[in-house]
Design a binder for this molecule. Structure first.
Ligand code: SF4
Length: 218
């Protein structure tokens, strides 16, 4: 089946090209949530030192929930996008008040965390609880759109076909590892501009460079 083929090729590439980041050494949902909040619209390399400083200052959710918002903002403001500072505080308080400080494993409940949304809930679900979830951000959506020749435009990560194909791709025994592989692949190879198709292990059948005949997902 084609999803198996794609995963196999992605893992082959990932084995030699994976990027090592501090949040890839943990399955703690608190740390994954913090990392994903920071990674939103920000390059991973820029996030590393802010993430490490944040985790040192706020090592667990109870400490973060009690923290002063202005102090939190002082750490996160290095990333720009000041609006996201409130996510850290609100999410921590929400988990304490609604789940006794324990992250729920249910994807629907994870989505209810303030600031989390589909992608962060999907990342926690796959990486921390090993549960497949349709993880889609703009990068994953772009890869699926190109590979399957869907030719969708606009905010494609919300399109039904993209979400369905992502769900099939992540229906796998180690969805967290797959997420890291796709994140790196879409950052380094299937880039937004000038994708490196010559170096891509999927180039032989990718519709982006082989014409419009749609691939049938069985
Ligand atoms: S061949 Fe090019 S467009 Fe297709 S998946 Fe690879 S990098 Fe992306």
């Amino acid at each position: 089946m084609i999803e198996k083929y794609i995963r196999r090729k992605l893992f082959l590439w990932y084995k030699k090209n994976y990027r090592d980041f501090p949040w890839r050494h943990t399955k703690d949902p608190y740390r994954i949530m913090i990392a994903e909040f920071m990674l939103h619209r920000t390059k991973a390399e820029q996030v590393v030192h802010v993430y490490l400083e944040f985790i040192e200052k706020y090592p667990d959710i109870e400490i973060l929930a009690r923290a002063n918002f202005k102090d939190i903002k002082k750490v996160t403001e290095h990333l720009g996008l000041h609006w996201r500072a409130k996510h850290f505080s609100e999410a921590a308080k929400y988990i304490i008040e609604n789940h006794n400080g324990e992250f729920p494993e249910d994807y629907g409940k994870l989505r209810e965390i303030p600031g989390a949304g589909e992608y962060v809930a999907g990342a926690i679900s796959t990486v921390c609880f090993n549960k497949p979830a349709p993880v889609v951000d703009s990068n994953i959506a772009r890869f699926i759109n190109r590979y399957f020749g869907l030719n969708l435009s606009g905010e494609i990560r919300r399109k039904k076909k993209i979400v369905e194909l992502s769900a099939k791709l992540f229906e796998y025994k180690n969805p967290g590892k797959l997420l890291f592989a796709i994140v790196d692949f879409t950052s380094l190879i299937c880039k937004p501009v000038k994708p490196l198709c010559d170096k891509c292990l999927l180039k032989n059948e990718c519709r982006y460079i082989n014409g419009p005949s749609p691939i049938i997902w069985s």
